[in-house]
Structures are given as C-alpha cells and as structure tokens.
Design a protein around this ligand. Sequence first.
Ligand code: C2E
Ligand code: MG
Ligand code: MG
Ligand code: MG
Length: 287
Amino acid sequence: GRARELGIDWAVFDASMQRRATRYLETEQALRRALTCDELVVHYQPLVDVASGRITGAEALVRWMHPTRGLVAPLEFVPVAEETGLIAAVGEAVLRGACAQAAQWRTDGHPLRISVNVSGAQLQDGTFVPLVADVLRATGLPADRLCLEVTESTLVRWATNGRESLDRLRATGVLLSIDDFGTGYSSLSYLQDLPMTELKIDRSFIARLARDARDLHLVEAVLGMARALGLTVVAEGVENADQHAILRGLGCDRAQGFHFAAPQTAAAFGRLLRDSDSRPDLEPTRA
Ligand code: C2E
Ligand code: MG
Ligand code: MG
Ligand code: MG
C-alpha cells in the first residue's frame, strides 16, 4: 500500500520504536536508583567577562555517572526526568549542590555567580520558589549570586503557568536568564514583559560568527535589543579566539565556551580559580 510506495519498512520501524520504549523505561528505573545512590554529579563551566577574560561565574551542568554506561549527558536523561516527574528531585539535587559549591568558593575568596538550569515543570511547581529560598538560607549564598536559566522555548511554552514563579523569584533578588536565545520564537513585546535580567545567545549563532556576515549582524541586533531591554548578554559556545575578538568588538558582556574552558568537576574548577588568581594572563590570546 501507501507505506510500501513511500518506502517505509514497518517491521524495522516497530523494532526501533520498541527499542526506544525499552531504553526509556530502563532510563526511568535507573534514574530513580541514581537519585538514591548519588550517581548524579554537577560539572561547572566558567562564564567570563569578554573585555578582561576573567571568570565571573559558573554554569552548573548535571551529568550522570552510570555504573555501566559511563558519564551520561543531560540531553539523554533530562527529557526522561521531565516526562516522569523525576525532574523535581533531579533539579533539587543540582540546585542544592551548586549553591553549596558556590558558597564554598565564596568563602575561599571567589564570590562567583552560579547559574542553574531550570525546566518548565519546575517553574510550574508551587514548591519551587520556597525551595530556592530554603537553599539560599541553608547555604548562605546571597540571592544575587544565583542565576536561574530558562530556555527561550520553555518561556514561550510555560510562561503562563510559570510567570508567577518568575516574578516571585525576581522579587527575592535571584537573577533570571533566557537560555538558548534565538531558537524559541519569542516576540519583543513578550520579552519586555518578563522579569528577566540576562540573555544567552544560542551557540548556533556564535558558530559561524567569523565566517557569516548575517550572523554578525544578527548578534549585533540582539545586543542592541538586549541593551534596550536592560539585559546582560552572554555568548554561548565560543570556541576560538576569532569569535572572542569579534564579541569584544561588539561589546558583548560575557562569554562561555570551550575556548575558555569546558565543563569540569568542582575540584578542577577550584584549581582553575586558584590559577586565575596568580595568572591574570589567563585571558586567551587576542586574535
Ligand atoms: P545549556 O544550558 O545551553 O548548556 C550549555 C551546553 O553547551 C552544555 O551542554 C555545554 O557542555 C555545552 N557547551 C559549552 N561550551 C560549548 C562550546 O564551546 N561548544 C559546544 N559545541 N558546546 C558547548 P551539556 O552539559 O551537554 O548540557 C546540555 C543541556 O542540558 C543544557 O544546555 C541544559 O539545557 C540542559 N541541562 C544541563 N544541566 C541541567 C540541569 O541541571 N537541569 C536542567 N533542567 N537542564 C539541564
Ligand atoms: Mg544553560
Ligand atoms: Mg544554553
Ligand atoms: Mg545552548
């Protein structure tokens, strides 16, 4: 029939769907165990001041140390956690761990800002705002040293239900970032209405910055818009000195990417902080 005409092989299709469903169930069960066995770890990637190259903050990025699969990336299990409701527990573990770590670095003389990713389900959950307040109280981290990142597409999808949480969080002094900007189809008037403080330009726009004039103009336009809205701008996925130099020329505030450092363990990040104290030249070579 039609499927044959289209070249669809249903037997293969079924088998691959079956494999996906099985993998999904395995992931959910294993994730429940991971939460009770402390298999989730948080890695940290520096955010640097574009002009000086100095570290101003860190983004907390969750990883799963799976007993047989090794280090599992968030894109492989965060969606499963979101669909099964396990994201509340995963998110709480990351938030507590990251804020405790930031408070420790602060005690060590590095008053960094810590950025934590938040999913739509967390925003909509009435217990999230009290949780954030409790974590700040428990760790002693000042509210303005915590930045919560919500992707632009999550904002577009969840803002009606999550809006109250955003307003309450901002009222406590917590910073709010629009993650992966440029991929989520938000409108100017919509952004203007939200209590956000920062915008992160998605790395797909940064990738071709040195080669494609259109991307240069887009990034320039986003910077202008962000300034008009009073938002700080972070460029994501900066991988080379050319991109860094262009962003410096455009007056972008902060950057993050492999050019500066990859996400790493808390211990390695601590060493990076100590090194940067004695080496102001940690600033990457100018192009
Ligand atoms: P994100 O928040 O946009 O985080 C940045 C991602 O870009 C990270 O991927 C990071 O490793 C990667 N990256 C950093 N610099 C570069 C670069 O120069 N080049 C390239 N190609 N990639 C770079 P990661 O760690 O795999 O995380 C992927 C996504 O998973 C994150 O994207 C975030 O949306 C989500 N995620 C991570 N941790 C959490 C969490 O604790 N909770 C929630 N809800 N989501 C999380
Ligand atoms: Mg993020
Ligand atoms: Mg991002
Ligand atoms: Mg991104």
